[in-house]
Design a protein around this ligand. Structure first.
Ligand SMILES: C[S@@+](CC[C@H](N)C(=O)[O-])C[C@H]1O[C@@H](n2cnc3c(N)ncnc32)[C@H](O)[C@@H]1O
Length: 245
């Protein structure tokens, strides 16, 4: 089925489409301390809730990029309602986004590092667009402990897809970035992120008995639920990392 339709169904109730709580995002937004007239870039901005909160806090301008037409439309509507004229939302692959180097005060990518081929490559791409002294923010999962062969086989997950928490910070240090902060999601944050997808999918399936994708959506969400409860709740962490260039 269309991957954007699947994401739209499973994330319809999420305000923030990553496992951070709204309170933790707000804490981070205050810490950014952006200058007057700042320009902000958010690659894979989703519904742009985080970008909008940054623009509300600092009255800054910015660009949000997302490949999904569903979320790009929602992001545009949200931005126009809450920070009219401040944000441009572009529907495109983040990997194709082009801008002059050193032109943003903050560049972020939260929960879509595959766009650039992994966490380190994402940090490198974001850092290129940020002026010296500007901020790079990346949201990335990490292994809390070594994944078992049983889990890796069941999920078809590559062990090397993620690092541990220390490794995610070190990836920035290796590129000359200065770590400023990292906000880690709790089990409660993860449970909310995951649970909202179960709730949304089950309710959507009940309301749409004739949809051709119904069985596919339910099968995928129920398998993901099983993997989460059996393994990932103990195994996977998530953090948003803030660096200075
Ligand atoms: C986990 S969500 C995170 C959304 C947002 N950053 C947030 O934290 O609320 C991942 C987002 O990446 C977008 N996405 C996936 N692949 C992309 C790509 N190649 N270029 C741009 N956006 C992409 C999806 O549409 C989705 O909105």
């Amino acid at each position: 089925m269309d991957r954007w339709k699947f994401f739209d169904i499973t994330h319809r109730d999420h305000i923030i489409c990553n496992p951070s709580s709204v309170a933790k995002v707000d804490e981070l937004v205050v810490l950014l301390d952006l200058p007057a007239g700042a320009r902000v870039l958010d690659i894979a901005c989703g519904k742009a809730e985080i970008l909008v909160r940054v623009a509300e806090q600092y009255q800054c301008s910015g660009i949000g990029v997302d490949l999904s037409p569903f979320v790009a439309n929602e992001a545009r509507a949200r931005a126009e309602l809450r920070v009219p004229g401040k944000l441009e939302i572009v529907e495109q692959d983040g990997a194709d986004f082009a801008a002059e180097p050193d032109t943003f005060d903050l560049a972020m990518c939260l929960g879509a590092s595959w766009t650039f081929g992994g966490h380190a490559a994402t940090l490198a791409a974001l850092a290129r667009w940020v002026r010296p002294g500007g901020l790079v923010m990346a949201g990335e999962p990490f292994w809390k402990k070594e994944p078992s062969p049983e889990y890796l086989a069941a999920s078809a997950m590559d062990r090397n897809l993620f690092r541990d928490h220390h490794g995610n910070v070190t990836a920035g240090l290796e590129q000359g970035l200065t770590p400023l902060y990292a906000v880690v999601s709790s089990e409660d944050d993860w449970d909310r992120y995951q649970g909202l997808t179960w709730n949304a999918a089950e309710r959507w399936a009940a309301a749409n008995p004739g949809d051709p994708d119904r069985e596919d959506v339910l099968a995928r969400v129920r398998t993901a639920r099983e993997h989460y409860l059996r393994w990932e709740r103990d195994l996977l962490g998530w953090a948003i990392y803030l660096f200075r260039k």
